[in-house]
Design a protein around this ligand. Structure first.
Ligand SMILES: [Zn+2]
Length: 255
């Protein structure tokens, strides 16, 4: 039986995610922005929370952990970086570790840059990538704690995943990301198609997530900082991918 994934809004623009293994009944929440909507979703499905898989220490990703842990006695899995104060952690994971959710297997990728502790979870059999605040649809996270080369390297790890994987990211930022991306690449056909789709989805009150990684590779300029055409668009012909990425990210910060 295939895994079931649910996406739902939390806080102002975060996503809550549940992934459920029908064979064992195990259910993981990827991050826990706040407890109430996660509990509501679990109740609606008749699922018991067994695990929380944390991506990074920011409050809008861990704010619900303590209450969920108390309510369900679930296991809390978190990045190995102990410098941050994530409460109630049972298991620390690092690059290449495998986390079991019932019979589902999640592979841990270290994707630092937004924060130094940031990890992403890849469910290979389910073709699902939970990238939190490293990779957004048509954008990427702000670089708060790491460096631009570090963040670019993290994006390359995610870009290396197959085209038919689905991206589940931490925030509903797609419309604002599309608006910025069009200022850099007004003629990118894949981006224009995504822009139309996002307008339609948002008008209907629908989330823009998940998106296909293959589409992101074409439409998301932050994944193409090593494309000479992008450097030329920024008047940076011959610049390194790290320099191009930094310029893109700084322009987005100011947009
Ligand atoms: Zn964050």
């Amino acid at each position: 039986m295939a895994a079931e994934i649910r996406a739902f809004p939390c806080l102002s623009d975060n996503f809550g995610y549940l992934i459920h293994d029908p064979e064992t009944g195990a259910t993981a929440s990827v991050d826990a922005p706040e407890a109430a909507p996660i509990i509501r979703q679990l109740d609606a499905e008749g699922w018991q929370l067994t695990d929380i898989l944390i991506t990074h220490h920011h409050h809008d990703h861990v704010g619900g952990v303590a209450e969920l842990k108390q309510t369900y006695g679930c296991r809390v899995v978190a990045p190995h970086d102990r410098t941050t104060g994530i409460a109630a952690v049972d298991q620390r994971v690092a690059h290449g570790d495998i986390v079991k959710v019932g019979n589902l297997l999640a592979r841990v990728l270290e994707t630092p840059g937004h924060t130094l502790d940031h990890i992403s979870y890849v469910f290979d059999s389910e073709k699902a990538l939970f990238a939190a605040d490293t990779l957004f649809s048509i954008g990427c996270g702000r670089v708060f704690e790491g460096t631009y080369p570090m963040m670019w390297d993290s994006l390359l790890k995610l870009r290396a995943l197959p085209d038919d994987f689905r991206l589940y990211c931490g925030h509903e930022y797609t419309a604002s990301n599309v608006k910025f991306a069009l200022t850099v690449e007004p003629d990118n056909e894949a981006l224009k198609a995504r822009a139309e789709e996002v307008t339609r989805l948002r008008a209907a009150g629908q989330p823009t997530i998940p998106s296909l990684l293959g589409h992101e590779k074409k439409a998301n300029v932050f994944l193409r900082a090593d494309d000479p055409a992008v450097a030329i668009k920024l008047h940076m012909k011959g610049a390194s991918p790290e320099q191009v990425f930094a310029e893109l990210r700084e322009r987005k910060n100011k947009s």
